[in-house]
Design a protein around this ligand. Structure first.
Ligand SMILES: Nc1nc2c(c(=O)[nH]1)N[C@H]1C(S)=C(S)[C@@H](COP(=O)(O)OP(=O)(O)OC[C@H]3O[C@@H](n4cnc5c(=O)[nH]c(N)nc54)[C@H](O)[C@@H]3O)O[C@H]1N2
Ligand SMILES: Nc1nc2c(c(=O)[nH]1)N[C@H]1C(S)=C(S)[C@@H](COP(=O)(O)OP(=O)(O)OC[C@H]3O[C@@H](n4cnc5c(=O)[nH]c(N)nc54)[C@H](O)[C@@H]3O)O[C@H]1N2
Ligand SMILES: [Mo]
Length: 763
């Protein structure tokens, strides 16, 4: 009998004894991720929360007391009974005095893999049963895409499930053009787990088949095929301009597919008038584009012609829409592919994020496994997810979203379970100020993260290693029984038990549990899975057998996919879910919103911060804060694998040799990154893999501001990024639009990200 554990990094097997279990790769995985092998490291255990804890002033002075001390004062550990009573009393008090719309339960974050112990579902179910909460919409990953794509082609979640698969690409694609690469480091993960990591092999096969591969990107190491890759260096934030330049070459040389534009798209003429300059006086020529994006005009012209004469796949990385006006590069990618007329052909068309997660381009079956029902939310108010600080700082203020205008609620109680806002949000100094507004902040966490440290009530949660669950990821080819492999650390409880205890205090236990223990839910989910998969001809054993055997491997059932094939073959019979049923190059609906920063067709808007902005005279480096290679966001940062990549205990910032030399900096130096919003320290890594004018500091180093100077000591880019929405359409996170400069560090306070707060019991 093999034991399995599923995590966002992959499916793993468990070896060793009861007392000394070991995590090893799933034997079916051709390219397992190292990240997940370290989940049982003692360094991680040392950063765990062991007992419920309450911030001292809050405990002594009551809700709302000394909020400016959040993150700066000791905790007092209490019993579970006390913690549950305090949390329940707060829910009851806020509900009575301000109504449920004063409770924010958006609680964004990745949590852990496992269908039942999914912290988001747990907290949302609990708050719904308690009368509702203000929710958040969309994600930090893809907010601009989530909002724009349904107007243009289809919703992002659906698109992700039917990308052209790698096998088809290798066979048919002759030119692969990637804006922002295909970062194999990112495809280590997929929400819920990965049985077979396929991206690197897919890229290798593409290279071996002889396809020409072009990577248009500020960094070169994010697309590796083993064969030649042409690296085209582009100024961050200017991709839409380059795509418009390419489109202009196609249009002016008659290389665009007018037939496809007429039969499968709407609004080409409106866009064409913009492209040629007929509507605004500026033709978007290759020369015009070159000035903006820094790619020579001849290179743009030559690439456009090769795109027209090849079977071309255009890929755009998610990072490009995590920026000012982030809707535009996605909309423009689809427009460019529509002009080439290859959408729906094997190996041609567009892709929104090969490499972003392993599931994109997977050929595994598209099935589902249930998760905990969240119930009905009686509160209508919501925020676009990245407007958290705006909401807390401007109650009663208004915001636009997808054509509507809404009001920020007045939040008194914030509850987070399964996310780390002091990892994911931009301009963390501002978020710190915003976190002084609520009367009470409750955080369910496994680790003493920066968010847990800023809470009033901290409730210690178990990890996926400490509870039984069902492991499954969309298009990832496995359904696994995740057996607990170690006992809970300290007094940590499953989120289900945490909420059950608080629901009991509120007289809502039965409503929360429906009389079920965790195991009853697993059995219930399993039976439903078994039933629904049978309809797809997939045999799943009964619960007891499944628990013994541990795995249903769907790998052998995988089959090739071509994106939008049916739509191409017969657009009338297979219309898209857009208003016209076609690809909308011009959207009447988006135009009708009357926004200054998102018009009816893809357009070039200079970002507020980029190397072409006036501010670049003061801050001449563009900060790329991409996803970290050795962890998932802030998760597992204390692990030995993540720590081994640090320089002097700080995160590495990557910089071109000439930029370093111009500042008198050498490899290994401790440097200070700064702009008007903040300062952070990092260790310098000098490398030619980043272009001049760009600094790369990955996300996820635990946020560690020096209490005296305010300088972030550990290398967290969100000390520097701007809390500015992508646009009035999506209000998405725009982390990638950020200018900085770098200088030698004069003061070098020791980083202390993993040192436990005062009052917390260590291991
Ligand atoms: N500058 C910059 N910032 C970014 C980005 C960027 O590109 N640049 N990217 C953004 C993106 S795409 C994303 S998705 C976000 C990610 O932001 P998050 O998803 O918030 O980041 P994580 O570190 O994964 O946080 C998950 C937290 O949940 C906790 N957790 C895990 N399992 C459980 C559980 O079972 N119970 C409980 N109670 N807690 C649990 C973990 O310990 C961890 O602290 O960051 C965003 N931030
Ligand atoms: N190992 C690991 N993998 C992850 C994650 C993780 O934390 N760790 N997070 C996961 C999550 S939640 C998400 S949303 C996905 C995110 O997937 P992405 O958003 O695609 O990932 P990033 O690494 O932020 O950026 C991808 C590439 O875009 C480039 N880039 C940045 N700005 C520009 C630009 O303006 N123009 C061009 N042409 N290129 C640019 C960066 O250099 C980077 O190499 O990754 C997922 N995968
Ligand atoms: Mo994400």
């Amino acid at each position: 009998m093999t034991r399995y554990t599923s995590s966002h990094w992959g499916l793993y097997e468990v070896e060793g004894t009861e007392d000394a279990p070991r995590i090893v790769p799933f034997r079916g995985d051709p390219d397992p991720s190292e990240i997940g092998l370290h989940q049982l490291a003692p360094e991680l255990k040392a950063a765990r929360i062991r007992r419920p804890a309450v911030r001292r002033s809050w405990l002594e002075g009551g809700p709302g007391h000394a909020p400016e001390l959040r993150g700066r004062e000791p905790f007092v550990e209490v019993s579970w009974e006390e913690a549950s009573r305090l949390a329940a009393a707060e829910v009851a008090r806020i509900r009575e005095s301000h109504g449920n719309k004063a409770i924010f339960g958006g609680s964004y974050g990745w949590s852990s893999a496992g269908r039942f112990h999914h912290a988001q579902s747990q907290v949302h179910r609990f708050l719904n049963i308690a009368g509702g909460y203000v929710r958040s919409r969309d994600s930090y990953s893809l907010a601009a895409a989530h909002v724009i794509l349904p107007h243009v082609v289809d919703d992002m979640h659906s698109l992700m499930t039917y990308h052209t698969s790698w096998d088809v690409l290798a066979e048919n694609c002759t030119l692969f053009v990637a804006f922002g690469g295909v970062p194999a480091k990112n495809s280590q993960i997929s929400a819920g787990g990965v049985a077979r990591h396929k991206t690197r092999a897919g890229l290798r096969a593409l290279g071996e088949a002889g396809a020409e591969v072009v990577n248009i990107s500020p960094v070169s190491d994010n697309l590796i095929t083993d064969g030649p890759v042409r690296w085209v260096q582009i100024r961050p934030g200017s991709d839409t301009a380059m795509m418009l330049g390419l489109a202009h070459v196609l249009q002016s040389e008659g290389l665009h597919d007018t037939g496809f534009l007429a039969s499968h798209c709407t609004g080409w003429e409106r866009f064409e008038a913009y492209l040629t300059g007929e509507s605004d006086g500026t033709p978007k020529t290759a020369d015009w584009a070159a000035e903006l994006c820094g790619v020579p005009a001849d290179e743009i012209r030559a690439l456009a012609r090769r795109m027209a004469s090849s079977r071309t796949m255009i890929n755009v990385a998610w990072a490009l829409q995590r920026s000012d006006r982030g809707e535009q590069p996605f909309w423009m990618t689809i427009t460019l592919a529509a002009m080439l007329g290859q959408i729906g052909l094997p190996g041609g068309g567009f892709a929104v994020g090969y490499g972003a997660e392993n599931m994109v381009g997977s050929n595994e079956l598209d099935l589902r496994v249930p998760s905990l029902p969240q119930g009905q939310n009686a509160v209508a108010e919501f925020i676009p997810v990245a407007r958290i600080a705006d909401m807390l700082l401007n109650p009663g203020g208004s915001f636009t979203y997808n054509g509507g205008t809404y009001t920020y609620p007045d939040i008194r109680l914030v509850w987070w379970a399964g996310g780390n806002p002091f990892h994911h949000h931009q301009d963390l100094t501002r978020l710190q100020r915003a976190f002084e507004k609520p009367e009470t902040i409750v955080v369910n966490e496994q680790f003493w993260t920066a968010a847990a440290r800023r809470a009033d009530i901290v409730l210690p949660a178990t990890t996926a290693m400490e509870r039984d669950d069902l492991g499954f990821g969309t298009l990832e080819g496995h359904y696994a029984y995740m057996k607990a492999i170690v006992p809970p650390v300290g007094e940590a409880r499953d989120d289900y038990e945490i909420f059950r205890g608080i629901a009991r205090e509120l007289g809502l236990e039965e409503a929360f549990t429906e009389g079920r223990e965790a195991e009853d839910w697993l059995r219930h989910f399993h039976d439903r899975t078994r039933q629904s998969w049978a309809e797809h001809g997939i045999e799943v054993p009964d619960y007891e057998t499944f628990r013994e055997q541990g795995l249903v491997d769907l790998g052998p059932k995988a089959r090739a996919r071509v994106m939008l094939k049916d739509f191409r073959e017969n657009p009338a019979a297979h219309p898209l879910p857009t208003p016209s049923g076609r690809i909308e190059i011009y959207s009447e609906r988006v135009a009708s919103f009357g926004l200054a920063d998102c018009k009816g067709h893809p357009s070039w808007f200079p970002p507020e911060e980029w190397l072409g902005a006036a501010a670049a005279a003061r801050f001449p480096l563009h900060l790329v804060s991409d996803q970290p290679e050795r962890r998932l966001h802030s998760q597992l940062d204390p692990s030995p694998w993540s720590r081994a990549n640090k320089i002097g205990g700080r995160e590495p910032v990557l910089m071109h040799p000439e930029d370093a030399a111009a500042r008198g900096l050498s490899d290994g130096d401790t440097v200070e990154l700064f702009n008007d919003r903040g300062r952070c320290l990092a260790g310098l890594r000098v490398t030619e893999t980043v272009m001049r004018g760009v600094a790369r500091l990955s996300t996820g180093g635990w946020y560690d501001p020096d209490p005296d100077s305010g300088t972030e000591r550990h290398g967290n880019p969100n000390a520097l990024t701007a809390d500015r929405p992508a646009s009035g359409l999506s209000q998405g996170c725009a982390a990638h639009s950020c200018l900085i400069d770098i200088r030698p560090a004069t003061l070098t306070p020791e980083p202390r990200p993993f040192v436990l707060p005062e009052g917390a019991t260590g291991g």
